[in-house]
Design a binder for this molecule. Structure first.
Ligand SMILES: [Fe+2]
Ligand SMILES: [Fe+2]
Length: 375
């Protein structure tokens, strides 16, 4: 009996193996979709983060899903296009299509990177949340940790977070944690200002007000950390922050007068004034949050006032600061990205012009001060 014949070799007798299908059309299609989806996702993400920065903005959950979809599309386009090139031989429409899909895939990453950079520019603009601690010109804040020491509202009033959804609570926790870190950094900024004022031979009234402003910021930080903790459902507080010492080392030695003048204009008169206007305009249905915002609005207006007085002191010491201050005021207008910011920048610019012309105390300066005063 004949043993059973072995299975014939596949595709015996010269029949060619069927060519793997390069799926070039699919690759091109997915790459094109990816090219449009990726930048849109990142722009939406940038505006979402921007919204959260000002206490609003969409939920992060759909943004996370959109980012995952965009990334999956990009990976698919990349794999299909490379496969098309490898499978389709040296020449032919499939290979050309695969190369086109690969180029489009790479372009989609480039456009997404450009969109992300656009978002970062948006996020880095403004700088109007009270007086920041700057290290080499850039605002810095402390990292946070789970800690009860700062997250106690001295007034004892906490918001009612039970009516909010989990997403809303997370958004409010992120917003108040960010605000708390900025208020906490302002303590260091005013501590540094008080030493700067001593170095410049300032009168005791300005030094005293710098110290009082630092104490205001201690209260603001505690109020904001308390709100952040109430919304987060766990205590939030600042961690150790050795970077605060970098500001001392990096920025004190040279050009103190010029730096103090520019910071008093940009971070004091403009930034603290804008923080006062925002806090006054925001309001809240929750009485605990409304009370915190009212306290912050009142104190930040006072800090903006202090900024004007320190600025007048600096200009009286050295009138040659004027061009740099005028340029900084013009930049405030350029960077303003809302009607409120534009109006406030114009008011500050007018106040600066008057201060430079008359060494302070003029009607324009008073108008600019009154515009940020919420008392
Ligand atoms: Fe402040
Ligand atoms: Fe503050």
């Amino acid at each position: 009996m004949q043993p059973p014949a072995p299975y014939p070799p596949p595709y015996a007798q010269g029949s060619a193996a069927p060519a793997a299908r390069p799926h070039t059309g699919v690759a091109v299609g997915v790459a094109l979709v990816s090219c449009f989806v990726m930048p849109v996702v990142y722009v939406v993400l940038a505006f979402g983060l921007l919204g959260h920065r000002f206490g609003g903005g969409p939920s992060f959950t759909p943004l996370g899903v959109a980012m995952a979809v965009g990334f999956a599309l990009w990976i698919t386009a990349l794999v299909l296009s490379i496969r098309s090139i490898l499978v389709s031989g040296r020449l032919g429409a499939s290979r050309a299509g695969g190369i086109a899909a690969l180029i489009v895939s790479v372009l989609s990453v480039v456009t997404a990177a450009a969109a992300a950079a656009f978002g970062l520019i948006l996020l880095s603009g403004g700088g109007a949340h009270g007086r920041p601690l700057r290290v080499r010109g850039r605002p810095r804040t402390a990292p946070t940790r789970r800690d009860t020491a700062w997250s106690v509202d001295p007034s004892g009033a906490l918001p009612d977070a039970s009516r909010l959804t989990a997403d809303e609570r997370a958004r409010e926790a992120a917003r108040w944690t960010r605000d708390a870190r900025e208020e906490h950094a302002s303590i260091a900024a005013f501590a540094r200002l008080s030493v700067d004022l001593l170095a410049l031979g300032a009168p005791p009234g300005l030094v005293e007000r710098a110290h009082r402003a630092a104490l205001d910021e201690v209260l603001h930080a505690r109020l904001a950390f308390a709100l952040a903790g109430a919304y987060a459902g766990e205590p939030v507080g600042p961690a150790a922050w050795p970077e605060a010492l970098d500001a001392e080392a990096a920025e004190r030695p040279a050009g103190t007068l010029r730096r103090v003048a520019l910071e008093s204009l940009v971070d004091g008169a403009y930034g603290e004034g804008l923080a006062a206007l925002r806090a006054a305009a925001e309001g809240s249905a929750d009485p605990a949050v409304a009370a915190v915002l009212a306290t912050i609005a009142r104190d930040e207006a006072g800090h903006a006032d202090l900024g004007w007085d320190v600025l007048a002191f600096c200009v009286a010491l050295d009138g040659s600061l004027a061009p740099a201050l005028v340029e900084a005021a013009a930049n405030l207008t350029v960077r303003a990205d809302s009607a409120l910011e534009r109006a406030h920048a114009a008011s500050v610019r007018e106040g600066l012009d008057a201060l430079l012309a008359h060494q302070g105390g003029t009607a324009a300066v008073e108008r600019s001060r009154a515009a940020t005063s919420t008392r």
